[in-house]
Design a binder for this molecule. Structure first.
Ligand code: NAD
Length: 498
């Protein structure tokens, strides 16, 4: 059986722990490969390689580092089809979504090509007599990234492309559910000209995560995954003296105002709620309609749209979405649907028990739609991460806007309206990190920054964009004095504003 190994010191290295995780094909439910799960010692070996590579890489001039990024971008583009097929076969998302996943990664690599410009620092000439002050952004050292299953191309690139362009060396610990694309990324990065040890990958579960969080030579950790683990990673990593950013789960709301373009809103939300089987942290699983008429019309149209979705295998080019990632996840999504029924929400469309002829053991869940969902219901308060849309009815914009603001998660939110003033006010006031105005999935472009609020992110620096550069660098400020002539016993004067 195919085995996914680690990548340490510029080459694939077979695991030695004797422990393996199964990699499934979600279309069929079959085990298609296995992945080695690292021990603490294997993580330590990766750190040693990254440490050895650090001085050379940190002292490589920024433009040369950027050239590796340019070549990596070219290789990703050249290998797009292969990467997308591999990604779909382990994750289950349809090929078009897998290509989007890779493309979003490429976007961040493209951003990383320009990082020399953001690492320049600042300069003040003549802050005092003969005194100049300048700052520089230096790499942190050996750093690490721990990533989830749902964007196995994009999220590793969020982290390692930015960190490495800044001069750090890196340990990637991808999800054990779909590690083959991350491994290909790491191989392609080496092929692009990265010296050995600059980017290493260890596969694993909690043992490898704990080894990363407690290793004294790892200076920073970026994490993306579910909120409880994110909080654990944040508290453990910071307790061990590391800089940590840890992105967590989400429950994004879309507010539907009576004056919106309803046809467009339904079209947008059907993609945002059900696309990629709802397994996106920027999916839109809650629609809040304002006013009875808006609610009735939205539910009627959405039912039609959801019924029209084709659920298929990930290679089916006509399918809107494929299976969810695992049998356990399918069971979890179906349990939440039952919970919604038990809590008294009105199940208009039930996706449970969805089977596909010839793929009876695949992890398919049909589109589900709940109406009259209420705050306080557990199925509303928690993240389902499946193809389930919950409609909450509100009487006013104020009531609707309070829902995402009061929710435990604060990743993304969207408002659908033609009233610019209402949208502007909403965007300014809502207690959520990323806002869409007539945009259902407001994922910021790579040169802006990605990150939620509340239990959607622990730590205070976001992914990519200038914030990403700040996370992966530390600032040093130099005050220098080169006075004219002999300074004799003149004392050093701290420059002041006078
Ligand atoms: P997960 O939390 O199960 O796993 C994420 C990572 O943590 C994996 O690498 C995994 O190996 C590791 N891990 C799992 N259990 C652990 C434990 N007990 N101790 C230490 N490490 C552990 O998440 P997932 O199921 O892979 O991904 C889906 C989740 O990620 C969803 O909650 C989704 O909302 C979230 N997500 C958030 C964002 C964001 O930017 N906020 C983006 C994508 C996904």
């Amino acid at each position: 059986m195919r085995e996914v190994s680690h990548f340490i010191g510029g080459k694939q290295v077979a695991g030695t722990s004797g422990r393996f995780g199964d990699i499934y094909n979600p279309n069929t439910g079959e085990v298609q490969a296995r992945v080695a799960l690292a021990t603490t010692d294997e993580v330590a070996a990766a750190v040693e390689n990254a440490k050895a590579a650090l001085p050379g890489w940190a002292n490589t001039n920024p433009q040369r580092r950027a050239r590796v990024m340019y070549e990596f971008k070219r290789l990703l583009e050249a290998n797009m089809d292969e990467l997308a097929e591999l990604l779909s076969s382990e994750h289950g998302k349809v090929i078009a979504d897998s290509k989007g996943d890779v493309q979003r990664g490429i976007d961040v690599v493209e951003f990383a090509c320009g990082i020399p410009h953001l690492q320049k620092g600042e300069y003040t000439e003549g802050a005092g007599p003969g005194i100049d002050v300048y700052s520089m952004r230096q790499p942190l050292g050996v750093v690490a990234g721990i990533t989830p299953f749902n964007f196995p191309a994009m999220i590793p690139c969020w982290m390692f492309a930015v960190a490495i362009a800044c001069g750090n060396t890196f340990i990637l610990k991808p999800s054990e559910k779909d590690p083959s694309v991350p491994l290909r990324l790491v191989e392609l990065f080496r092929e692009a000209g990265a010296p050995e040890g600059v980017l290493n990958m260890v596969n694993g579960d909690k043992e490898s995560v704990d080894a990363i969080l407690t290793h004294p030579d790892i200076k920073a950790v970026s994490f993306v995954g579910s909120s409880d683990i994110a909080q654990y990673v944040y508290s453990t990593g910071t307790a061990h003296g590391k800089r940590v950013q840890a992105m967590g789960g989400a429950k994004n709301h879309g507010i539907i105002l009576p004056d919106c373009n309803m046809e467009q809103a339904v079209k947008d939300i059907v993609g945002a709620a059900y696309g990629s089987a709802g397994e996106r942290c920027m999916a839109l699983p809650v629609a809040v309609t304002v006013g009875q008429k808006t609610g009735d019309e939205f539910v009627e149209r959405m039912l039609d749209a959801a019924r029209g979705l084709k659920v298929g295998v990930s290679t089916d080019t006509e399918a809107h979405y494929g299976p969810v990632v695992s049998a356990a996840h399918k069971a979890k999504v179906e349990d939440y649907i039952q919970m919604g029924v038990d809590e008294g929400a009105d199940l208009k469309l039930d996706g449970r028990g969805h089977t596909l002829q010839g793929h009876e053991n695949g992890y398919f869940v049909g589109p589900s739609l709940f109406d009259h969902v209420k705050p306080g219901m557990r199925s509303y308060e928690e993240e389902i991460f499946g193809p389930v849309l919950q409609v909450v009815r509100a009487e006013s914009l104020e009531e609707a806007a309070r829902l995402p603001s009061n929710h435990q998660y604060g990743n993304g939110v969207a408002i659908f309206t033609q009233n610019g003033r209402a949208a502007r006010e909403f965007a300014a006031q809502v207690n959520v990190g990323m806002v869409g105005i007539n945009v259902p999935i407001p994922v910021p472009v790579s040169y802006h920054t990605f990150g939620g609020w509340k239990r959607s992110a622990f730590g205070d620096t976001n992914q990519h964009g200038p914030e990403g550069v700040r996370f992966w660098t530390k600032i040093k400020t130099v005050t220098s004095r080169w006075p004219e002539g002999d300074i004799g016993d003149q004392a050093f004067i701290i420059p002041t504003m006078q």
